[in-house]
Design a protein around this ligand. Structure first.
Ligand SMILES: NC(=O)c1ccc[n+]([C@@H]2O[C@H](COP(=O)([O-])OP(=O)(O)OC[C@H]3O[C@@H](n4cnc5c(N)ncnc54)[C@H](OP(=O)(O)O)[C@@H]3O)[C@@H](O)[C@H]2O)c1
Length: 360
């Protein structure tokens, strides 16, 4: 009883000192206004997230020239997410330029696309780790006179398994930066002017689109994937800067952020709520163009798959992407993945060694 009287007395004293002390009064007022402002912006951005994810209709690809003989260029097109971008854009009525490493896989995919969707395809195979000018010249020669309106910068390489930065081989880190950054930039320098020319010819009645694959590793610094993480963060800044530059050419430029998707790169075969198939992921990426979904705090960026979007929004609005806590959770997660990957490598090498012994 006496303790509740004490509390009332303390609150009463506090209110008295606030009303009599001007500094305390205005301090409280400012804190209240900041609180109301934060709550309002949070509610608005959460509301926008839900609207964009579940209610807003998908973009109509006629705006990018669908079904009118226009082309999309897709890099890393022979597998995983890139292959799905190629298939789904072909289904929407775009001719497809398939750019990737393995000629035979591209030939099979081109035949599949032409048979299924009756659109024109072109293929070009080169290994982007070589960064050879000859490859870029070949690409330019193949596409310079095509009416291209879309570029999907999807090609990417990650570490073969999570690895401490100081143990990363020079070859691996060089390949990651060359493929993810240098090749993406050089290909964009070839394709973007062609898109601008196509859009210009139509008096800007249609628009251009450049999508670039980012990653959660670029959103949150990721220990044990340090080089890959840095390469994807680089793409975030570069893509956003390009969005500003190309807006006057009527070209929409967006970075697409994704958490895990089943593919050869992720080495995950089984889908789950948080890990969609490439097909499901690309469907959400293409229908989410022009909206930010989970990336509400960013410009010209989208986290389109709904579970990834809620994860992105949740992290930004709780621990934050650059916090120590996010970093240490990520550190532990990737260290554990490395331990499991090393065990698997050891198991596989034991099995193959015993196989060799039997043959001998
Ligand atoms: N899967 C995920 O969980 C995930 C998550 C976030 C972001 N991403 C990003 O999404 C993009 C696609 O990833 P994915 O999982 O679909 O990868 P993937 O299944 O391994 O496919 C990669 C594609 O890129 C091509 N490629 C790889 N290295 C190349 C090189 N040196 N030169 C030319 N082409 C090369 C491959 O060609 P080949 O068929 O000849 O090998 C293949 O077509 C990447 O940018 C990745 O960083 C993926």
């Amino acid at each position: 009883m006496s303790s509740s009287i004490d509390i009332f007395k303390t609150v009463d004293d506090l209110l008295q000192s606030i009303t009599t002390n001007k500094i305390a009064y205005y301090g409280l007022l400012v804190a209240l206004l900041v609180g109301v402002f934060k709550l309002t912006t949070f509610t608005l951005s959460f509301g926008t997230l839900l609207f964009e994810l579940f209610i807003k209709p998908s973009v109509d690809y006629k705006v990018y020239g669908a079904n009118s003989g226009k082309f999309a260029v897709v890099t890393g097109a022979s597998d995983g997410i890139g292959k799905e971008f190629a298939l789904q854009l072909a289904k929407k009525g775009f001719g497809i330029v398939l750019v990737s490493r393995t000629q035979s896989k591209l030939e099979i995919l081109a035949t599949e696309i032409e048979t299924k969707y009756k659109v024109d395809t072109r293929i070009i195979a080169f290994d982007a780790t070589t960064d050879s000018e000859e490859n870029y010249e070949k690409l330019n020669k193949l596409i310079y006179d095509l009416p291209i309106t879309i570029l999907i910068n999807n090609v990417g390489q990650s570490h073969s398994i999570p690895v401490p930065f100081l143990e990363t081989t020079t070859k691996e880190l060089q390949n990651i930066i060359t493929v993810n950054n240098l090749a993406t930039l050089k290909i964009t320098q070839i394709v973007a002017p062609i898109i601008a020319k196509t859009v210009g010819k139509h008096d800007s009645k249609i628009k251009g689109l450049i999508l670039t694959m980012g990653s959660f590793a670029g959103l949150i610094p990721t220990p044990y994937l340090a080089t890959y993480s840095g390469s994807k963060a680089f793409l975030q800044e570069w893509s956003n800067a390009l969005a500003g530059e190309l807006a006057s050419d009527h070209i929409d430029v967006e970075l697409i952020i994704s958490y895990l998707v089943t593919s050869a790169m992720s080495k995950i075969k089984r889908t789950s709520l948080a890990i969609p198939s490439a097909k499901k992921f690309v469907t959400s990426a293409l229908s989410g163009v022009g909206t930010r979904n989970g990336a509400q705090e960013r410009f010209a960026t989208s986290t389109p798959y709904w579970v990834h979007a809620l994860m992105h929004f949740g992290i930004v609005n709780t621990v934050g992407t650059y916090s120590k806590i996010a970093n240490s959770i990520n550190y532990k997660m990737h260290k554990d993945i490395r331990i499991r990957a090393l065990k698997k490598q050891a198991r596989l090498s034991n099995t193959s060694n015993s196989g060799v012994e039997k043959i001998e």
